[in-house]
Design a protein around this ligand. Structure first.
Ligand SMILES: *[C@@H]1O[C@H](CO)[C@@H](O)[C@H](O)[C@H]1NC(C)=O
Ligand SMILES: *[C@@H]1O[C@H](CO)[C@@H](O)[C@H](O)[C@H]1NC(C)=O
Ligand SMILES: *[C@@H]1O[C@H](CO)[C@@H](O)[C@H](O)[C@H]1NC(C)=O
Ligand SMILES: *[C@@H]1O[C@H](CO)[C@@H](O)[C@H](O)[C@H]1NC(C)=O
Ligand SMILES: *[C@@H]1O[C@H](CO)[C@@H](O)[C@H](O)[C@H]1NC(C)=O
Ligand SMILES: *[C@@H]1O[C@H](CO)[C@@H](O)[C@H](O)[C@H]1NC(C)=O
Ligand SMILES: *[C@@H]1O[C@H](CO)[C@@H](O)[C@H](O)[C@H]1NC(C)=O
Ligand SMILES: *[C@@H]1O[C@H](CO)[C@@H](O)[C@H](O)[C@H]1NC(C)=O
Length: 353
């Protein structure tokens, strides 16, 4: 969108006059300043053919109570993307006017407070819901388990609390068959990590920075589609073995850091996956240098600091992939570099003299 059309959009939202009800899209990111469009919802309500409302980081003020009550609300509005604005919880009620058409809602980085209303679970075509970075409390509504289309649920960085098992049990309705991504990181969720076994489509689990305790259940082995697994920064303990990982051939992101977990993998084990991002800081890996890393030729980020390794850095490690970007905090590794091996990492990697 160029400057001119942004200005037009601004004028359009400000004036709310002579609307063309056939307008299908409203979009603008960052530089459409609509901070004085207090009546934006009144404008949008009149657009009965609108399919997408996309105004992220536009200083959009909180929705105001409508002056009119009867509208022919769009039956085709699929996308509401209003990330990084000033919306408060009053927007929930408005969203329900589009309960049969909305597919994607992004209200991340707004000022949503209190609990998530149960009525949102009535949206029967919703696929993606993002409420990251708000101040939402409590658990998720029971109705969410009945959104049979839900594939991505992102609630990171809120004040959600309660047992993780309860969240998973709520989602165990038909949503368990559609859910691919669940992000509950940076909340105050407690209890142990449940067995996600029945969530057959799950590809990404992020539950880092909560108060999760207990061990990693072996049942995660059944999540054949799993690509990303993040339980970092909790108070988990116990051992992660091949039993957990041996069937996860799509895994590329693994973050077990900042717990009291030990990773015990057989020296000869060849993992079925190629990890690209590995955070294992403060896990127990040592004292031997983990030989399974030798099989991982596509790593771009590796953090094995503070893992109790007290060994020589093997030659093959120095020859690890040219993709390796960050050897996070490697200086904390208690290793001695002896190999003369051909080094493709360069001196900026910080450990090769
Ligand atoms: C948008 O405009 C208002 C007043 O016109 C101003 O206070 C605010 O800082 C502007 N926001 C941005 C992101 O430029
Ligand atoms: C809603 O649509 C009906 C039928 O097309 C029309 O008669 C009515 O005036 C519309 N109402 C509003 C508030 O636009
Ligand atoms: C949201 O903001 C509007 C405008 O400031 C206000 O009228 C309304 O009460 C607020 N709603 C909530 C739930 O805080
Ligand atoms: C959508 O909202 C309308 C009005 O509140 C309600 O009558 C209808 O049952 C809702 N549809 C669904 C699928 O929940
Ligand atoms: C760990 O979680 C706490 C809150 O539980 C948070 O304040 C802290 O920033 C997190 N640390 C990291 C490294 O993510
Ligand atoms: C989470 O753990 C921290 C430190 O371990 C503790 O201070 C806090 O009270 C816990 N929060 C909850 C909700 O249990
Ligand atoms: C691994 O996954 C396959 C299907 O992809 C399944 O048939 C097999 O039983 C699984 N093996 C284990 C050990 O879980
Ligand atoms: C290797 O990593 C890149 C991104 O870093 C990715 O696009 C590619 O698919 C990966 N290859 C394999 C075989 O995993």
């Amino acid at each position: 969108m160029d400057r001119r059309s942004l200005r037009l959009l601004h004028a359009f939202l400000m004036l709310s006059l002579h609307l063309n009800p056939a307008l299908g899209f409203i979009s603008g990111v960052g530089d459409a300043n609509v901070s004085e469009a207090y009546d934006w919802a009144d404008v949008v309500n009149r657009l009965s053919y609108l399919t997408s409302l996309s105004l992220s980081s536009c200083d959009l003020p909180p929705i105001a109570p409508s002056t009119q009550t009867h509208f022919n609300y769009s039956k085709s509005l699929t996308t509401v993307a209003l990330s990084d604005n000033h919306q408060n919880s009053s927007i929930f009620g408005w969203l329900l006017n589009f309960n049969t058409s909305l597919v994607e809602i992004d209200l991340s980085s707004n000022q949503l407070k209190g609990s998530i209303p149960d009525a949102l679970g009535k949206m029967n075509s919703l696929e993606s819901l993002n409420f990251d970075e708000n101040q939402l409390e409590g658990s998720i509504p029971k109705s969410f388990g009945n959104i049979c289309t839900l594939s991505s649920l992102s609630l990171s960085n809120n004040r959600l609390s309660g047992q993780l098992v309860e969240f998973i049990s709520i989602l165990s309705g038909c949503a368990k068959d559609s859910l691919e991504m669940l992000d509950l990181s940076l909340n105050q969720i407690t209890g142990s990590l449940p067995d996600f076994s029945t969530f057959s489509s799950l590809k990404e689990i992020y539950v880092g920075s909560n108060n999760i305790t207990g061990t990693v259940p072996e049942g995660i082995r059944n999540l054949h589609q799993l690509e990303a697994f993040d339980v970092s920064n909790n108070t988990m303990h116990g051992v992660v073995t091949e039993g957990h990982l041996s069937n996860l051939s799509n895994l590329w992101f693994l973050d077990l850091s900042l717990n009291s977990l030990a990773l015990q993998l057989n020296k000869e084990w060849v993992p079925p996956f190629q990890l690209r991002i590995i955070y294992l800081s403060s896990c127990k890996l040592g004292p031997r240098f983990p030989s399974w890393l030798q099989t991982q030729w596509n790593i771009s980020i590796l953090d094995i600091s503070d893992t109790g390794i007290s060994d020589k850095i093997p030659k093959w490690f120095v020859e690890l992939p040219p993709t390796l970007q960050y050897l996070d905090k490697l200086e904390k590794l208690n290793c001695i570099m002896v190999s003369e091996g051909r080094c493709r990492l360069g001196p900026e990697a910080g450990f090769i003299q």
